[in-house]
Write a protein of this length. Structure first.
Lengths: 277, 214
């Protein structure tokens, strides 16, 4: 994390600028993502219970925990796919207050720097793979068709799918679809990538090809929050592991420490169940 | 029943086809904005669209025909029988197509909306690039069966004197006193007309499914 973080601060002007601003002069480095007492309720059910989380530039955070613990909701609230109902979300220099109704333009600004990858891929089935990656570049960034396609082909090369560019997603395997989804999210040049159980719908072999793309992405210094059940990814790729249960963070720390030597009873119980399988 | 009788009935073919396709085209086009209003975030607009749809679909088609032809059409506002029939069936089909589109829109996987939001496409491009093409694809079979239904519905236009198939069938049956044969022939023509629609719908559906293969 440390050396990757350094690369990152050079790579993104945004972060450097923030660190030079007077208000941040005292802190050595500012987090890229900052969740402050983030809460979300469905009726009387509390899904997220006052979550505090700082993610530094270049940091890879793996979020693990039992089903229904609020892991996915945490990601979906981070980019306002589901508006939280309490707390603050800060990404880069954009802060949204959940107490206030966010204007669509504000939400769009926040999402500008965030890419997201879903468990069910969610590619557009009526478009070719290349079109899937190009569409938002044209519509959101205003790139020309040829600029967008050029960038799409670069990204498809990076995820190893140049030969699938003209296929429809339905003709691709799950692993290929997920890699296209990663390319599609990267096409908007995000500073942060959110992964919501990206390999849970895939068999182990196909999952592996997605994980290797994610590992390469982490090595380039991308800031990532990854909700996952892949313990080897959590251990080998992520810097930080966070265990969630019942809408709360029960334990958070360097990945090796949390996975091998958890301190909290709830985290121990979950990790024992993982290891016993 | 002679060939001559058949030819006399077939004079109504063009009016039946024109009325059916015309009303369907009006419905397919107006149904889209009606759906957009129906799904608007502004509650008064939604209520307006829901009311229009309910009333347009709630009244019997023949009643709409009479309202427009004998009601509206008898003041300063002159309207031909064909125009009145086209307006009535067009209105009814707009409401029905809006509902067909709405059903198809509802069948789109929620992940498509998630992906569109996460990519920041915005409401307009999400509709244009993501929702509309998939809605169209899903709506196609229902729209085709509605078109066949509409063709049969168009027979009510004979009651206000539109010279379509049923009108000439009625005329021939009264002239020849051979109602059973004449109307059986008319029925047979309607069935023949519905065949290419059903066939085209299947071909288009198969093509789109093969392309997307999901």
């Amino acid at each position: 994390m440390r050396h990757r973080g350094d690369e990152m601060s050079e790579a993104t002007g945004n972060v450097v600028q923030l660190m030079e601003s007077p208000s941040a002069a005292s802190t050595q480095k500012r987090p890229l993502i900052c969740l402050d007492k983030l809460s979300k309720h469905y009726g009387t059910h509390t899904v997220l219970n006052s979550i505090d989380l700082d993610v530094m530039p270049g940091e890879v955070v793996a979020v693990i925990g039992p089903s229904g613990s609020g892991k996915s909701t945490l990601l979906r609230c981070t980019n306002y796919l589901e508006p939280p109902d309490g707390g603050l979300v800060t990404i880069g220099d954009i802060t949204l207050n959940a107490e206030k109704l966010a204007a669509p333009a504000e939400v769009a600004k926040l999402r500008r720097s965030v890419g997201m990858v879903f468990q069910s891929f969610n590619l557009f089935p009526h478009m070719t793979v290349r079109r899937n990656v190009s569409l938002a570049q044209e519509r959101v960034l205003g790139r020309s068709r040829s600029e967008a396609d050029e960038r799409s082909m670069q990204l498809l090369k990076r995820v190893g799918l140049t030969d699938k560019a003209e296929q429809y997603p339905g003709r691709c395997s799950g692993g290929q679809q997920q890699r296209v989804a990663i390319a599609r999210a990267l096409a908007l040049d995000p500073e942060v990538m959110l992964f919501d159980e990206p390999t849970s719908a895939l068999d182990p072999e196909l999952g592996l090809e997605v994980l290797s793309v994610m590992r390469e992405l982490a090595e380039t210094g991308m800031t990532m929050i990854v909700v996952t059940h892949e313990m080897s990814f959590a251990e080998n790729v992520s810097d930080t592991v966070m265990v969630m249960a019942d809408g709360k963070i029960v334990e958070k720390g360097p990945s090796g420490q949390v996975l091998r030597n958890p301190q909290q009873e709830r985290a121990k119980r979950f990790l024992r169940a993982v290891h016993d399988r | 029943m002679s060939i001559a009788d058949l030819l006399l009935i077939l004079r109504g073919l063009s009016a039946t086809i024109a009325l059916t396709l015309g009303a369907f085209l009006i419905g397919a086009l107006l149904g889209a904005p009606l759906l957009v209003i129906r799904e608007s975030r502004l509650i008064p607009l939604r209520l307006l669209a829901m009311t229009i749809i309910q009333i347009a679909r709630g009244l019997p088609p023949i009643l709409w025909l009479f309202i427009i032809f004998f009601g509206i059409g008898t003041g300063h506002f002159r309207i031909s029988p064909f125009g009145a029939a086209l307006a009535s069936l067009g209105l009814i089909s707009a409401a029905n197509m809006a509902e067909i589109y709405r059903g198809a829109l509802g069948s789109i996987h929620s992940g498509q909306w998630d992906a569109s939001s996460a990519l920041n496409l915005g409401r307009w491009y999400t509709f244009l690039d993501v929702a509309a093409p998939q809605t169209f694809r899903v709506a196609l079979p229902s729209a085709a069966s509605y078109l066949i239904g509409l063709m049969k519905e168009s027979a009510v236009a004979s009651t206000i004197g539109v010279t379509e198939l049923t009108f000439y069938g009625n005329q021939q049956s009264q002239l020849t006193f051979r109602g059973l044969e004449v109307f059986a022939m008319v029925g047979f023509i309607y069935v023949l007309l519905s065949l290419p629609i059903a066939w085209l719908s299947r071909v288009a559906d198969g093509y789109l499914q093969a392309k997307v293969a999901d």
